[in-house]
Ligand binder design. Sequence first.
Ligand SMILES: Cc1cc2nc3c(=O)[nH]c(=O)nc-3n(C[C@H](O)[C@H](O)[C@H](O)COP(=O)(O)OP(=O)(O)OC[C@H]3O[C@@H](n4cnc5c(N)ncnc54)[C@H](O)[C@@H]3O)c2cc1C
Length: 363
Amino acid sequence: MTGRVYDLAVIGTGIVGATAVGLAALRHPGASVVAVCAGAVHDGSTVRSLAVDIPAGRTEEQRALARRSLDLRSELAALAPALNAESRPSYWVLPAGGAAEVDNQLVGDALAPCGPEQQEALRAVFGGAVGAAGTELRCSAEATLSEPATAVEQLLRPLGDGPDRDLVEGFAVRAIEPCADGYRLVAEDGGELTARRVLAAPGAAALTGPFAATAERHGARTKKIVAYRLRGGGPGAHRPLLVLDEPDAFLLPVGPDRDWCYSITSTDWDCPPERALLAPNPADRALAEAVLSEQLPGFQPEFTGCRTGVDLYLPDFAPLVTPLDGPDGAALDGTVLVTGGAGSGFRLAPGMAEAALALLGLD
Ligand SMILES: Cc1cc2nc3c(=O)[nH]c(=O)nc-3n(C[C@H](O)[C@H](O)[C@H](O)COP(=O)(O)OP(=O)(O)OC[C@H]3O[C@@H](n4cnc5c(N)ncnc54)[C@H](O)[C@@H]3O)c2cc1C
């Protein structure tokens, strides 16, 4: 790598960094690109993601990002068919009168009431109490699902295409130093590479190393996300995705039988981004059980496993796309930090990556 100056260095090979690589390859086929990751390619949160997309946003700006991500994901699917690999009918359990608030956040069609047949099918799977008095059942457009690990590999594939494209694993960036040719990336083990532009997509690790000052200045915090593996419920022929009335909580059917992934955001803020230090705690499990017994009292699954991950949250829950701060606090031209998935980073990655490339003049 010595002596070479890449047009673009991408730090991070989660879905955001990988999408940036894919988009850059599609739009700037002549550009020399290197992507680096601290450990192995799948060492971040992306591989733990359930990769569900129900396009929605709290603000008009967030909805625009969700809409743009949806369009871009269809475009990127030519390069990465594991994006949008599947779709599932989706249903919602809401408190009576709660649909209007969800409708305001959805991109696309509003929620529709469930007909008697749909209610019957849901009761066959989740028990007779689903949709009981005080709650309402609604359905939305189908949710799209992706295969996160395969999608990342497919998006990074252009890096194997030519002599000017590289993927470097085990390159944990310790410093990003301005130099005559752009920026020198210095790794923990002393390795170096140089690029004219730097796109940093470090996920929750944005609060560490050379990204920390920028992320802290914007009020970023980490939060744990837990996805339990459950077994139970009726065998129903069409097991749907079921969204619950709890932030980011949903049940996703997996496999052909009675297995589910049950995603719920923990109340554990400021946890370390290292996977090895993350574990569900009794409070996570108590919250998960309480939400189920309150909203689906007839559904009493066995908890059979769990995966945890951590994501970065900004105060307004919108992603952060901003130049990196230099040592004196001034923005470093030709750099961008893109992170802050806030539990939705998989579905928003295309819009985030496009906005970051645009800041680098690579739109
Ligand atoms: C259990 C769970 C379920 C989820 N479900 C969904 C869902 O259904 N839908 C959805 O949209 N989102 C979901 N999410 C959120 C989503 O997975 C994340 O927002 C997204 O994966 C973040 O991607 P990323 O590329 O920003 O970061 P990551 O995937 O964490 O990647 C970060 C990369 O940066 C690299 N890196 C970090 N620091 C350095 C450094 N100093 N030097 C070099 N490389 C570095 C790492 O090596 C890694 O490659 C879920 C998350 C979890 C944990």
